[in-house]
Design a protein around this ligand. Structure first.
Ligand SMILES: [Zn+2]
Ligand SMILES: [Zn+2]
Length: 336
């Protein structure tokens, strides 16, 4: 089969590999589309180390070719890329995403930049007719957002501030809206603010010295009930703590890699804030996420700004290097 193979950092190209044999409890999927994100750029550039050669791609839609009794050939599916052992302490606790023997397809094992992929049956979820494969890779991102929001409580009428309106932020804003919240989206980019408004954000604010005051003004001076941080930047998190009302919840969704730095820790105590983290989705996040996308409560299509053939994988990686207006999600189509 044909595949786009990463031979070494930056060396990504078309190659020929053996078609995988599914074996027991696995299904063979013909991959049709893959989304790409910062993780792929990290792998491509070498910042995220992998074993070479590696087939990237962890946001995947496809069609079952060899199923078995429980899933028929021809079924259109999304693949959960986060595999787990199913037998360790964490798996037994249902914390599949924290399994120390687990990993990510497309990083730790070969992924979707190929004609076929063999995956455990439990990682494959059927899709309804109304969701075209070309938009489905984005549901993988949605599952991680959904998982994060399962770790906080959003009540109808709550004010939820989403800090950072990239793909994750846009999905969080829509999920919070679907939960009945009043959503305030914050981003530096006017283009992103416009898109968030179109997707249902009630208020959009620029990220500057006026943001905290504007959030307080929109909440009778109290501050936000919930803050979802999607940038991974400490100064933004500081602002998030400042705009949170006493007793608020903060969801850290943007991956903060800083090992040290300043935060208003006293405010965490004084306001008795609850800080939650969401890492990766688990299997049970897939069906509700698929349903939210199928119902239109979460719109995927407006977030996909670029569609390229997989043969242009290198160009697509370069496009991820800079955050520019007009680019949100890039979807690659398997056009081998
Ligand atoms: Zn991703
Ligand atoms: Zn495990």
């Amino acid at each position: 089969m044909k595949a786009i193979v990463l031979r070494a950092p930056g060396q990504l190209g078309l190659d020929s590999l053996d078609r995988p044999d599914p074996g027991p409890n696995r299904v063979l999927v013909r991959v049709t589309h893959s989304g790409i994100c910062g993780t792929d750029l990290g792998i491509f550039s070498g910042r995220i180390p992998v074993k070479y050669p590696r087939v990237m791609g962890h946001e995947m839609a496809g069609e079952v070719v060899e199923g078995g009794d429980s899933i028929k050939a021809g079924t259109r599916v999304i693949i959960d890329p986060a595999y787990n052992c199913g037998t360790c302490f964490f798996c037994k606790e249902g914390l599949f995403n924290l399994c120390p023997n687990g990993g990510l397809i497309g990083r730790d094992t070969d992924g979707g930049f190929a004609e076929y992929l063999a995956v455990p049956r439990k990682l494959v979820f059927p899709l309804p007719e109304s969701l075209p494969n070309k938009n489905v890779p984005l549901i993988q991102v949605l599952t991680t957002c959904y998982h994060g929001q399962q770790r906080i409580t959003i009540r109808p009428g709550d004010t939820v501030v989403v800090l950072g309106l990239g793909v994750g932020g846009m999905l969080h804003a829509q999920l919070a809206k679907a939960a009945g919240a009043k959503v305030i989206g914050v981003a530096r980019s006017e283009w992103k603010r416009g898109l968030a408004k179109k997707l249902g954000a009630d208020i959009v604010l620029p990220s500057d010295a006026t943001t905290v005051g504007a959030v307080k003004e929109a909440t009778d001076g109290r501050g936000a009930d919930i803050v979802i941080e999607c940038t991974g930047k400490l100064p933004v998190l500081s602002e998030g703590i400042a705009m949170a009302r006493p007793g608020a919840q903060i969801l850290l969704f943007g991956i903060t890699s800083a090992k040290e730095g300043a935060l208003p820790f006293y405010d965490l105590y004084f306001k008795e804030l609850t800080v939650q983290n969401g890492r990766a989705a688990v299997g049970k996040d897939f069906e509700p996420s698929i349903a939210l996308a199928a119902s239109g409560k979460v719109q995927l299509d407006p977030l996909i700004t670029h569609r390229l053939p997989i043969t242009e994988a290198v160009e697509s990686m370069k496009m991820l290097e800079n955050d520019v207006d007009g680019r949100m999600k890039i979807i690659l189509e398997n056009t081998f």
